[in-house]
Design a binder for this molecule. Structure first.
Ligand code: ZN
Length: 249
């Protein structure tokens, strides 16, 4: 009887050891991989010129300078975000197509007029080959949708363009927050977020990549950050020059 007890006790101990070993081997390994990728992306964002104070950890993504979204699973480019050259962009142009397909999510169909007006602004830029094109199909580059939970004072958010030449894939609009703004200001928010999807960063931010020949400050820039409800409602002369410089005909 004593022996039986001993055996049972030993088996129990082994079972616990085996369980705890396999747990130790599984979990930390997974977490380590995630942490490493996360840290690489963080380093990449800092290489683009952002400070810790401008970067907010939001679970599966980082939100940079209020409204620019970078996925933690993003593929880090070989140059790790170092400028290719010197209004400001992230260094990654949309190259997979000159026609960027935009799908309007059912959540935001009530803002179709604002979306159309925003698209018309980008598409009217002289000497620029990049065009936003609405689609109702299942293949698209950008999904625009309502998300009223992105932040109490965040009017919109967008993914930046990616190192593999694609437009930022999602634009989130805080409709609850901007519905009291004028039509022109609501359109501004959408135009601004579309700008991020094709690589533009905030013009009023000093440590980023100048668009060649179009650097410097521009109070009239629609890509100035932190001006929801009060900023420029039309692309400035320099915004247009910058777009044409990045996406020449
Ligand atoms: Zn912005």
């Amino acid at each position: 009887m004593k022996n039986l007890f001993k055996s049972i006790a030993l088996i129990a101990v082994f079972a616990i050891l085996i369980t705890s070993c396999s747990k130790k081997n599984d979990q930390p390994a997974d977490q380590e991989v995630k942490t490493e990728q996360k840290d690489k992306v963080l380093a990449y964002i800092k290489n683009l010129g952002f400070t810790d104070a401008q970067i907010v950890d939001k679970g599966d993504r980082y939100v940079v300078d209020g409204d620019m979204v970078v996925d933690k699973n993003m593929e880090i480019p070989a140059d790790n975000g170092m400028p290719k050259t010197e209004q400001y962009y992230n260094g990654y142009l949309v190259t997979n197509s000159n026609n960027i397909l935009v799908k309007v999510d059912a959540s935001i169909t009530s803002m179709a007029a604002e979306i159309n007006a925003a698209i018309a602004q980008w598409n009217a830029v002289p000497n620029s080959k990049i065009k936003f094109v609405l689609t109702t199909g299942s293949t698209y580059d950008i999904l625009i949708k309502v998300d009223n939970t992105i932040g109490a004072s965040v009017c919109g958010q967008a993914y930046l363009s990616t190192s593999n030449g694609k437009a930022g894939s999602v634009v989130w609009i805080n409709q609850a927050l901007i519905q009291g703004n004028s039509f022109a200001q609501r359109t501004r928010t959408i135009t601004h977020e579309f700008g991020h999807t094709i690589s533009f960063k905030h013009t009023n931010q000093s440590t980023t990549i100048n668009v060649p020949g179009v650097g410097g400050t521009d109070a009239l820039s629609l890509m100035n950050g932190g001006q929801c409800g009060s900023g420029a409602t039309v692309l400035s002369a320099k915004d247009k020059l910058a777009t044409a410089a990045l996406y020449p005909l």
